[in-house]
Design a protein around this ligand. Structure first.
Ligand code: NAI
Length: 462
């Protein structure tokens, strides 16, 4: 039996970042992980492999659609699926090994196996019980199940199976037009699959800026994806190597069936807390099955903390990382803090979609007076050179004070551009502060400045 200041259960972005910060703060740390590699869902079967597939297939798209116009002639590349999966695996391996290196560097013990908490202050891994002054639960999430839909990870798959298909399917039905469905749907659409997305609501990507939703759906449709909106999937049936997807239209209750080689179920995720022993410990949960925590990420059981997808808030790797650092600081007697008002969201399709802060809908609901500064990438010289003039930047600022309240971007590099707005918001900046900051020319970031200018006297290139 070993004794630690902190044992973290789970080595995803929440857990491993928390472990490193704890070690940096002088605490004796161990991290429990049952997978063969560190990094959790994000590194092994989520963010990283999906970005590899998005990158590879975007290159294919460029070769097929834009090379000739730039004078790059010749045969378009053909897809070697095995090699593409091998490339994807290599990106996973280098990242998971990187975490292993960081654990060694920071003298963090990796307790290999699945952990349970028999009582506060103790973590059981395999047959061994380890003592810990503090325990931090960072066990992440798993795909939520959908009634009538049985996942086999071959024909009816979650994101995990979708990243490991034995071949590119001729037809793919995606259930749910959220982040996972659109990112992975894009991957297969670019590879030539006929992709149909069935979405319960009337708009894609719930909760996002309404104009972005519309523009985004139009762009994806232009890229070949089909959408059936306002349709609730009732069940799937698998017959040998094919599936049928039954859905009902909300507007008139009419029913229809789609045939598919593969069905991707992307209708949300739920906290993964199975087998931790939370009930026995008496840990309080929310109605939605999340672990309830206080402002210091401590549960109702003293010395037991929780961070990331197992608690409330958006299920995002970077939100978990921030909580990991903050919880580590709390455990070390410091004042860790997360500003939940400034957590960006990014969808890594092409173009990328990014947002932070309030939407027009949330501001209207709160009755807050605001102004909108919008700038189209059509007016951005750099975007036009790379065939990316579609899309826009929209900044929302307080009508009176000009303070930036939110930003919504659809366009090239949106996932990186959003961060200058995040920094501005952290500093309580006004749109004018952004507008008065010199931005290099020619860069995509000039579109952000122009949107900020549009909150005042107007943009230059529009
Ligand atoms: P989601 O919550 O983003 O979207 C699920 C969609 O499924 C919703 O639009 C919902 O209306 C629809 N839906 C639910 N039941 C349905 C039914 N029976 N028939 C038709 N449509 C139905 O969920 P998703 O995409 O599975 O993502 C899960 C989590 O993972 C999210 O919290 C997301 O933020 C996170 N994630 C984030 C990524 C990123 O930041 N780039 C990448 C991948 C995942």
């Amino acid at each position: 039996m070993a004794s630690y200041d902190v044992i973290i259960i789970g080595s995803g972005p929440g857990g491993y970042v928390c472990a490193i910060r704890c070690a940096q703060l002088g605490l004796k740390v161990a991290c429990v992980e049952g997978r063969d590699t560190l990094g959790g869902t994000c590194l092994n079967v989520g963010c990283i492999p999906s970005k590899a597939m998005l990158h590879a297939t975007h290159m294919l798209h460029e070769a097929e659609h834009n090379f000739a116009e730039m004078g790059l002639k010749g045969k378009s590349p053909s897809v070697d699926w095995k090699q593409m999966l091998a490339y994807k695996q290599s990106t996973i391996d280098s990242n998971t090994k990187g975490i292993e290196f960081l654990f060694k560097k920071n003298k963090i013990d990796w307790l290999k196996g699945w952990g349970t908490i028999p009582e506060a202050g103790k973590v059981k891994v395999g047959d061994e019980i380890h003592e810990a002054k503090n325990i931090i639960i960072a066990t992440g999430s798993e795909a939520a199940s959908l009634p009538g839909v049985e996942v086999d990870e071959q024909i009816v798959v979650t994101s995990t199976g979708a990243l490991e298909l034995s071949r590119v399917p001729k037809s793919l039905v995606v259930i749910g037009a959220g982040v996972i469905g659109l990112e992975l749907g894009s991957v297969y659409a670019r590879l030539g699959s006929e992709v149909t997305v069935v979405e319960y609501l009337d708009t894609i990507t719930p909760g996002m800026d309404a104009e972005v939703q519309k523009t985004f759906q139009k762009m994806l449709t232009k890229q070949g994806m089909k959408f059936i909106m306002g349709a609730a999937v009732q069940k799937t049936e698998v017959n040998k190597s094919k599936a049928k997807v039954h859905y009902k239209l909300r507007k008139d209750d009419s029913e229809a069936v789609l045939d598919a080689d593969v069905v991707l179920v992307s209708t949300g995720r739920k906290p993964y807390v199975d087998g931790l022993g939370l009930e026995g410990l008496g840990i309080e949960m929310t109605k939605r099955g999340q672990i309830k925590v206080g402002k210091d990420w401590q549960t109702n059981v003293p010395g037991v903390y929780a961070i990331g997808d197992v608690i409330e808030g958006p299920m995002l790797a970077h939100k978990a990382e921030d909580e990991g650092m903050a919880a580590a600081e709390q455990v070390a007697g410091k004042h860790g803090h997360v500003n939940y008002g400034v957590i960006p969201g990014v969808i890594y399709t092409h173009p990328e979609v990014a947002n932070v802060g309030e939407t027009e809908a949330t501001l209207k609901e709160a009755g807050r007076a605001y102004k909108v500064g919008k700038f189209s990438f059509m007016g951005n010289a750099r975007a036009k050179t790379v065939f990316a003039g579609d899309g826009f930047v929209k900044i929302l600022a307080d009508k009176e004070t000009d303070r930036i309240l939110g930003c919504h971007i659809i366009g090239p590099g949106a996932g990186d551009l959003i961060h200058e707005v995040c920094v501005a918001m952290e500093f309580g900046a006004s749109a004018e502060d952004l507008a008065m900051t010199c931005h290099a020319h020619p860069t995509y970031s000039e579109a952000v400045r122009e949107a900020a200018l549009a909150c005042g006297d107007g943009p230059i290139h529009m």
